[in-house]
Design a protein around this ligand. Structure first.
Ligand SMILES: [Zn+2]
Length: 502
C-alpha cells in the first residue's frame, strides 16, 4: 500500500506504510471511522438504559451489534442499518449476521430479516472475542467452556512440542510459556465476568493445576497449595478476581471529561446493587465474600480507586495467609515450614524473611531428572514409604507412621532423612552419601562441624537451604531415591486385608 499526502495543494512523494495489521493497513481504521461516523441508530422507548442513557448499538470496526428489549423495535433498527448500508454502498452479509434472544422465548418465534434475507436465531455467538449464550443463566457460560478448551489444547501442545524438541521443559521457561500461551485464555473475560458460578471455572482451575503439576513433575494427587507457593503463581480464581478489581479501578479513574458509555454502565451497576438487584458490583461483593477467608466490602469502598487498590492488596494477603496456613499445618509440607528467603527491599538492601509465593531456587536445577527428584522430595511427592503407605492400597490398609518401615533395614520409618542420611542397610547408600558429602565439603566447606553437631533432620534442612550446593544435592537425591525405587517396598504383614475383605 502506497500513500500520497496532500496539504495546501501540494503533494508529497509516494511512500509505503510497513506497519499495521496484516489484515488491513495503518490508515484503515481511521478511514473506516470516517466512513462509519454518520451511522447512529435512533433510540426507542424499549431500548436498554444505562444510568438513564439509552444504549442500543456497539461498533467494533465493521462488527456491528444492535440490541433492544422488543422484537419489532429490533427489526426497525435492522431496517435502519440496512437502509444506511445501501446508501453508503456497504454490503451486510446475512449468513454472517445472527440474532440472539435472551430471557424466556416467545410462544411464536419472531422472524428477523436484513432486506429480504431471513436471519438465523442462534443460542450462542462470539462478539469481539467474547462468547455469549442465551440458553444458560450465565450469559458467559459458553465463553468459559470455549476458553478452557483452548487453554487445555495449548497446554498439551506446549508440552508435546517441547518434549519433541527438548525432552523436558525447564521450570522457568515453562512458567513463561504458561503466562504467554495458557494464562491468556484462562483469564479471558475475567475482568467483566465474575466467577459467581464456581462450576464454570472448574475446568480453568484443572488446566492450571495440571500444567503446574506436569511442569514440576508431580503426581495428580499432590497438594494444591504447593503449586503456588513454589512457583509464585496465583490461583486462577484469585487472578480473575484481581483482573475484575483492576478493571473496576480503571473505570473509576476514567476522566470525567470523556463521555463514555462504560461509565454509565458502572453507575448503573452501583444503582442496581443499591436496589438489591443482580449487578457486576454485587458479583464482586459476592466473590469477595466467598473467598476461603471472606472479605466484606461496602459500596463506598468499591466506589473509590484507593480503597479498591487496598481491597486488591487484602485479596493477595488473604491468599498468602491461606496458602501459608496449609504449609504450616500439613504433614506433607514439613520441609517447607519456616523457610526463609531473601526479600529485596530496594536501594540495594535486603533482609531474610518468609515469602509465601515465589519461584524457588531448587526449580532451577538444570538436569531434569535431578530437578524432579529434589522437587518431589521437597514436596513429599516421592516414592518413599512414609508417603506411599500413608494411603490404603488395593490389598492393604493405610499404615500408621511407625509402620511405614524402611525396605532395607526394616527398623526405622522410611522417610526422607532416613533414606538420604541415615540408612546403611544397602551397599550403595553409604558410598553415594560419602561421595556427596566429600563433594559439598569441597564446594562449600564447613560441613564437618555441622554434621557432627546437628541432628540428621536439621542437617537435611540445612542442605536444602544452601543454594550453592543445590545442583549436587539434587543429583544426590536422585541417586539415592533411585536405589530405593529399584527395590520392592516393605509392607508389614499386619497391613494386609483379610481375604474376606477383598
Ligand atoms: Zn533403612
Amino acid at each position: 500500500m502506497s500513500y500520497v499526502v496532500k496539504s495546501d495543494g501540494a503533494y508529497s512523494a509516494a511512500f509505503q506504510c510497513l506497519i499495521g495489521l496484516l489484515t488491513g493497513d495503518t490508515a484503515s481504521p481511521g478511514f473506516w471511522n470516517i466512513y462509519f461516523a454518520d451511522f447512529q441508530l435512533p433510540h426507542h422507548e424499549s431500548d436498554i438504559r444505562l444510568n438513564g442513557r439509552p444504549v442500543c448499538q456497539l461498533d467494533q470496526a465493521d462488527d456491528e451489534c444492535m440490541f433492544t428489549t422488543d422484537a419489532t423495535t429490533l427489526q426497525y433498527k435492522m431496517d435502519n442499518f440496512y437502509g444506511w448500508s445501501r446508501r453508503k454502498f456497504m454490503f451486510i452479509s446475512p449468513p454472517k449476521s445472527k440474532i440472539m434472544i435472551f430471557g424466556p422465548l416467545p410462544a411464536v418465534l419472531p422472524i428477523f430479516r436484513i432486506g429480504a434475507e431471513v436471519i438465523e436465531v442462534v443460542p450462542r455467538f462470539k462478539y469481539v472475542g467474547i462468547w455469549f449464550t442465551s440458553t444458560h443463566h450465565n450469559i458467559f457460560a459458553a465463553h468459559y467452556a470455549e476458553k478452557a478448551s483452548k487453554a487445555r489444547k495449548v497446554a498439551n501442545a506446549t508440552f508435546a512440542r517441547v518434549k519433541t524438541h527438548l525432552g523436558s521443559l525447564p521450570v522457568r521457561e515453562g512458567l513463561r510459556l504458561y503466562m504467554a500461551r495458557v494464562d491468556c485464555y484462562l483469564i479471558s473475560g475475567g475482568e467483566i465476568s465474575l466467577d459467581v458460578v464456581s462450576r464454570l471455572l472448574e475446568e480453568h482451575m484443572e488446566v492450571q493445576q495440571s500444567f503446574l503439576r506436569r511442569l514440576l513433575g508431580l503426581n495428580s494427587s499432590s497438594l494444591l497449595s504447593i503449586l503456588y507457593t513454589e512457583t509464585g503463581h496465583t490461583p486462577i480464581k484469585i487472578r480473575r478476581l484481581l483482573c475484575a478489581l483492576s478493571r473496576l479501578r480503571y473505570l473509576l479513574t476514567l476522566p470525567l471529561s470523556e463521555d463514555r458509555i462504560v461509565r454509565d454502565a458502572l453507575l448503573d451497576s452501583f444503582s442496581l446493587y443499591r436496589n438489591g438487584k443482580a449487578s457486576c458490583i454485587g458479583d464482586i461483593c459476592f466473590v469477595l465474600r466467598r473467598l476461603p477467608t471472606p472479605i466484606y466490602v461496602t459500596e463506598d469502598e468499591l466506589s473509590n480507586d484507593d480503597s479498591v487498590k487496598a481491597i486488591m492488596e487484602r485479596v493477595e494477603k488473604v491468599l498468602d495467609a491461606d496458602l501459608q496456613y496449609d504449609i504450616d499445618t500439613f504433614d506433607r509440607t514439613h520441609l517447607l515450614k519456616n523457610r526463609v528467603e531473601h526479600i529485596d527491599e530496594g536501594e540495594g538492601r535486603s533482609r531474610m524473611g518468609l515469602v509465601t509465593r515465589r519461584r524457588r531456587h531448587y526449580l532451577d536445577v538444570v538436569i531434569p531428572a535431578h530437578r524432579k527428584a529434589i522437587t518431589r522430595l521437597m514436596l513429599s511427592d516421592h516414592n518413599l514409604s512414609v508417603e506411599r503407605l500413608r494411603y490404603p492400597g488395593r490389598y492393604r490398609t493405610a499404615a500408621p507412621r511407625h509402620l511405614r518401615l524402611c525396605r532395607f533395614c526394616r527398623s526405622a520409618v522410611e522417610d526422607e532423612v532416613h533414606a538420604l542420611l541415615v540408612c546403611t542397610a544397602h551397599d550403595s547408600l553409604q558410598p553415594l552419601r560419602e561421595r556427596f558429602l566429600r563433594d559439598i565439603m569441597d564446594q562449600a566447606g564447613g560441613f564437618d562441624r555441622k554434621w557432627s553437631a546437628d541432628k540428621p533432620y536439621d542437617f537435611l534442612r540445612l542442605l536444602l537451604s544452601m543454594r550453592k550446593i543445590t545442583q549436587r544435592l539434587a543429583k544426590f537425591v536422585a541417586d539415592m531415591l533411585a536405589v530405593y525405587d529399584s527395590h520392592p517396598r516393605y509392607i508389614p504383614a499386619v497391613l494386609y486385608l483379610p481375604a474376606a475383605a477383598l
